[in-house]
Design a protein. Structure first.
Length: 454
C-alpha cells in the first residue's frame, strides 16, 4: 500500500475541514464554521475557495466587543499567544477573536495581511473591526487611504475621515497623523506650483538641439550597456526529450546534468535540494554566463530559502550520469527559450553625473523621462519583471554603476516567480523575485528571495 506524503495528508485534512465548515455555515453555526474554515485555509493555503468561505463565515458571524464573561479568558489567550509558535499563536488569536477580543482580532488580521496584503480574510476582519468601532482599525484604514495601499485607492479626504473617527474613539496617534497629512498636502501644492513655474522657464529641448544632446547621451550610455539573456518560458505542453538530450539542454525541472562520481546535493539538515533549472551555453557562446562556464544549475529549498548553485566549465558527454530526484514530488520538464538583449540600469541606479547632466539638459526637471524615452527608442531594456541571466538588477547596491566593489559581482540570474505555482516550482500566494549572483573575486555564490507585494 502506497504511503501518503505530508502534502497529500494536509490536502485531505484541509478538504475535510472545508466540508465541515460549509456544513456549519449551512446550519448557521458560525463559531464552528470559522474554526473549521480557518483550519482549511491554513492547510490548503492556495485554495481560493477556502479563503472565500472563511471570509464569508467571519462576516456572517460578526464581531462584537467582549462581554464581562469572556474578558478574562480572552485576555489570557491573547497574552499566551504572544509567546507561542506561529500556528499555535494563530489558533489562540482565533479563539480569543471568537470571544470578542478586539486586540486579538486585529493581530489575526495583521497576520493575514502579512501573508497577502489583500486577502479576503483580512478584508473581512477589517470590516468586522470597523463595525465593532475598534479605533486602531479605523486608523489603519485611514493610512491605507492616505498611501493607496492594501486595495484602498489613494484618497486624502477619505483618509482624514477615517482618522477622525479613530481620534473620536480615543486613538491618540490619529490627531498628529491628520495634522501631518494636512501639512503634506500644503507642501505638495507648493511643490506642484514651483514645478509648474520651473517647467515654464525651462522647457524641454526640441529640434536640432534635442537631437544633438541625445547623440551625446547615447555615446555616454554605450559603455554602460550589458548583454543579458531573457529566459522565455514555453507554456505550451512539451514532451520531455530522451535523457541524453535533456541533460545537456536548457530547461526547468526534469533531469539535471551530473558527472560520474557526483551525488544529488543535500542541505546540512539532510534534506535534498529541489532542482529548479539549468542553462547550457550554446555553440555560438551567445548565452550570458560567466566567462568559461558551459552549464549553470540552480538547486533550491523554498522553505529554508537556501540555494545550491553549480557551474560546469565543460560538458563531458562520456562522463554523464543520470540521477533521479530524491524529492517525492515530480519535477516536470519545461523547455526554456533564450533571447539575447541589451540592458542598462534604472535611471536612479546610474549615479553618473554626465548622464544626469545630459538627461536634465534634454528634459529639465525630468531627466528620467528623457532617459527612458531615449533608451526605449534605441531598443535597450531596463531591469524588468522577467526572468533573465546577466544584465542589471535594481535590487542590490552592488549593481550601482559607481560602486567599485560591484565590479566583482556577476548577476547570474533573476527569476520572476509567479504566485500560486509557476514554472520553477515556487508555491506561494504571492509572487516573488529570486536573485543569484557570483563574486568573481572570491568565487562565492549568493541568492536572495524578495516577495513582491506591489
Amino acid at each position: 500500500m502506497k504511503r501518503k506524503n505530508t502534502i497529500e495528508q494536509e490536502q485531505e485534512l484541509a478538504e475535510a475541514a472545508f466540508e465541515k465548515g460549509l456544513k456549519a455555515l449551512k446550519y448557521e453555526d458560525y463559531d464552528d464554521a470559522v474554526y473549521e474554515l480557518f483550519k482549511a485555509t491554513r492547510l490548503g493555503f492556495t485554495e481560493k475557495n477556502h479563503h472565500k468561505a472563511l471570509a464569508d463565515a467571519l462576516l456572517k458571524r460578526g464581531l462584537k466587543p467582549l462581554d464581562k464573561k469572556n474578558t478574562a479568558k480572552a485576555e489570557k489567550l491573547f497574552e499566551k499567544a504572544n509567546s507561542c509558535r506561529e500556528l499555535t499563536r494563530l489558533d489562540m488569536w482565533m479563539e480569543a477573536a471568537l470571544l470578542g477580543h478586539l486586540d486579538s482580532a486585529e493581530a489575526l488580521r495583521r497576520e493575514f495581511s502579512m501573508a497577502v496584503s489583500t486577502t479576503p480574510e483580512a478584508k473581512a476582519l477589517t470590516t468586522l473591526l470597523l463595525n465593532a468601532n475598534y479605533p486602531k482599525a479605523w486608523y489603519d484604514v485611514g493610512i491605507c487611504y492616505e498611501y493607496g495601499m492594501s486595495g484602498y485607492p489613494a484618497n486624502k479626504e477619505k483618509a482624514i475621515e477615517c482618522l477622525k473617527k479613530a481620534e473620536k474613539l480615543g486613538y491618540e496617534k490619529a490627531a498628529s497623523t491628520i495634522e501631518n497629512i494636512k501639512k503634506g498636502d500644503l507642501e505638495d501644492k507648493k511643490r506642484a506650483k514651483a514645478d509648474e513655474e520651473f517647467r515654464k522657464k525651462n522647457p524641454p529641448l526640441s529640434g536640432a538641439e534635442k537631437e544633438k544632446a541625445e547623440k551625446e547621451l547615447t555615446a555616454v550610455l554605450h559603455p554602460l550597456l550589458k548583454k543579458a539573456t531573457l529566459i522565455v518560458i514555453n507554456k505550451e505542453p512539451a514532451k520531455a526529450p530522451p535523457p541524453a538530450t535533456q541533460i545537456v539542454s536548457s530547461h526547468a525541472g526534469g533531469l539535471p546534468y551530473f558527472e560520474e562520481g557526483e551525488q544529488w546535493p543535500y542541505m546540512d539538515n539532510g534534506e535534498p535540494y529541489e532542482f529548479i533549472f539549468q542553462i547550457c551555453q550554446d555553440a555560438k557562446n551567445s548565452v550570458i554566463l560567466p566567462q568559461g562556464v558551459k552549464i549553470l544549475q540552480l538547486f533550491y529549498d523554498w522553505e529554508n530559502q537556501e540555494e545550491h548553485i553549480v557551474l560546469y566549465d565543460k560538458i563531458n558527454i562520456d562522463m554523464v550520469k543520470y540521477i533521479k530526484s530524491p524529492i517525492r514530488k515530480k519535477s516536470k520538464y519545461i523547455p526554456l527559450s533564450l533571447k539575447t538583449i541589451d540592458m542598462l540600469p534604472e535611471y536612479d541606479c546610474l549615479y553618473s553625473k554626465e548622464v544626469y547632466a545630459l538627461a536634465e539638459k534634454i528634459h529639465p526637471g525630468s531627466g528620467w523621462q528623457a532617459y527612458n524615452k531615449l533608451t526605449d527608442s534605441l531598443g535597450y531594456t531596463r531591469p524588468l519583471l522577467e526572468s533573465y541571466l546577466g544584465g542589471y538588477t535594481a535590487e542590490f547596491e552592488d549593481y550601482r554603476t559607481d560602486n567599485k566593489q560591484g565590479k566583482n559581482h556577476h548577476n547570474l540570474f533573476q527569476l520572476y516567480l509567479e504566485e500560486e505555482g509557476g514554472p520553477f516550482g515556487y508555491q506561494s500566494a504571492y509572487d516573488a523575485l529570486l536573485y543569484g549572483s557570483l563574486n568573481i573575486k572570491t568565487k562565492k555564490f549568493s541568492a536572495f528571495l524578495r516577495p513582491n507585494y506591489d
